[in-house]
Design a protein around this ligand. Sequence first.
Ligand code: PMP
Ligand code: GLU
Length: 398
Amino acid sequence: MISNRVKNITPSATVTLNGKVSELVAAGVDVIAFNIGEPDFDTPAPIVEACQKALSQGKTKYTAASGIMPLRKAICAKLLRDNGVTYEPKQICVSTGAKQALNNAILAVVNPGDEVIIPTPCWVSYIEIVKLADGIAVTVPTKESEGFQLDIEAIKSAITPRTRAILINTPNNPTGASYSEKSLRELGELALKHDFYIVSDEIYEKLIYGESKHICPAALSPEIYEHTIVINGFSKAYSMTGWRIGYTAAPKDIAKAIDDLQGHTTSNSTTFVQYAALEALDAKNDASVEAMKVEFNKRRKYLLDFLRSIPDVTCADAGGAFYLMPNISKYYGCSYNGMVIKDSFDFCTFILEEAKVAIVPGASFEAPDNVRISYSNSMENLERGAKRLLQAMQLLKQ
Ligand code: PMP
Ligand code: GLU
């Protein structure tokens, strides 16, 4: 018998769809993947070489559960340089991806029945991570018409004596929104007033465009710092999704709790990968990050203009990450060859079958009127995929 805890999980839509698309591609189908939540760039060569060097030097044994000291020191230096926050190495726990860091953070602060506010649309794993900790996910919508910015009034209304944390992600997956400093300050004030934590997932911080500026809530005041758990990692900034390495930076008591917890789960993140991550933080890799960002920004502009040109589609602008979330709900009720599009799942199934373009249903991110399109694919494929998407949508009739 499967435990209730696991039985109640909704499987990860993004991970499942990735598997399905890989199978189609392996079977020779020309699928254009706009579903992928990972950069389509190679991991920069110096990082790969640092890993190879670590392996040949025999860095293959256990380390401290929280990670090697040089890496934790380098993360502290990064947090000070990029985010204006001061941490000591003992406040850092290096984990097997930001996904584990998020699970650690929630398990460390949530008791059964505690509430965690999650602004939506949100990444597929957030609600499940809270459920796995026996917490209650309280979803609070953001508005497409406001660029999916935090709705502070709605958050205020959702706070109860059981609120233990709010889980935010800026820049955001799936909307691409980058939260304003004003809204983060207001959120910080609420966290202080009602004594809850801001779990701040900053995994997309390096992918930020135009006027948008990434703000780490912990930098806003010493009091907010004490109420913030920063989540970050290497997957998106350095195109290291498969390496599985991320981290938390937290107030001392929380960091100790996370260290204790990880000591009984995975222990340290893979040792030679930690040496690669140490290399990633070296300033010499900044140029690779910048080049990736410039390319993503070109694609973002192209895709936004394209989506906005489709009849009956709206799309909010996005200051970060590599996702756009067009609203396609005007197509609900349309049909083609007897297939009626009732919701975002039907829409994505239709687009995959007819256009051979993979996109993710918004319903998986608590955004039933939208779909998520990831522009982590070449400009050439973006143009090919856009053409196919439009042709398929033109087949849909009321
Ligand atoms: N947070 C968000 C918002 C993400 O999109 C992802 C993507 N996988 C993660 C965390 C997890 O990243 P990692 O690969 O470091 O586990
Ligand atoms: N975060 C990425 C996505 O949203 C990767 C897949 C996952 O772990 O969910 O697609």
